[in-house]
Design a protein around this ligand. Structure first.
Ligand SMILES: O=C1O[C@H](COP(=O)(O)O)[C@@H](O)[C@H](O)[C@H]1O
Length: 227
């Protein structure tokens, strides 16, 4: 497989600062002729230092449309909500709340249609769990094979996490890949070990969502790691 570019940063702050510059460059390029920029950012803990850096950037955030790569089916202002994380850090951006329906299925359908209207995206930054999940695409969950299918139509779906909150909404891999810039942010030794096993195409990693990402995106993917 064509390998992703791997950026090994000495610490998380340096990683956040460099990644922020890359993302801001991409956003500015799309904003420069009066248009809009469309950004999907991971939730969870890893993006926190990056969000702080982005918030300090002088950009016309009112023309940046922003949504999480995935969301937990909780209230929009719940501490576990990925949208809430983004809203707290970047309230000046145009935030799209994935809760566009009364049920997870309705919301996934409507959110996926809205995101499909944003394609191609300016940039997508994914995170990864120690179990090899990306966004809310978890190993072995119902529907995971179709969520990772390379030639699927870009869409969103209902995911099931092994830990609470279990009900999730997630963009599928085909949608996440339709971006001018695609990155994966990974912190810590355990995740690096897993990543190296995936990059080496170790057979026991071939069923993992992150393996599908690496294989399908190849050299288009930038992986940013820090201890
Ligand atoms: O549940 C999730 O987990 C992943 C990884 O989170 P992290 O806290 O280990 O960085 C995250 O990328 C995803 O958006 C989130 O919903």
């Amino acid at each position: 497989m064509n390998s992703p570019s791997l950026y090994l940063h000495p610490d998380r702050d340096t990683c956040a600062a460099e990644l922020a510059q890359v993302l801001v460059g991409r956003l500015r390029a799309d904003l420069q002729d009066g248009g809009r920029a469309r950004l999907l950012l991971a939730g969870g803990q890893s993006p926190v230092p990056l969000l702080g850096r982005l918030a300090g950037e002088a950009l016309d955030w009112s023309r940046v449309e922003l949504s999480p790569t995935d969301e937990r089916w909780v209230a929009a202002d719940d501490v576990a909500s990925n949208l809430q994380l983004l809203r707290t850090a970047l309230p000046q951006a145009q935030l799209l709340d994935p809760r566009l329906g009364a049920t997870p299925e309705e919301a996934a359908q409507a959110w996926g249609e809205r995101l499909a209207g944003w394609l191609p995206l300016t940039a997508v930054l994914l995170g990864m769990g120690e179990d090899g999940h990306i966004a809310s695409l978890f190993p072995g969950m119902p529907g995971i094979a179709s969520a990772l299918t390379e030639d699927a139509s870009p869409a969103a779906l209902v995911g099931v996490a092994p830990v609470a909150p279990q009900v999730r909404l997630s963009a599928n891999l085909a949608l996440l890949r339709r971006s001018g810039w695609l990155g994966l942010l990974v912190f810590g030794g355990a995740k690096r070990e897993l990543l190296e096993a995936v990059l080496a195409d170790r057979p026991d990693t071939r069923q993992l969502p992150v393996h599908a990402l690496v294989r399908q995106a190849g050299s288009r993917l930038q992986v940013h790691w820090a201890p």
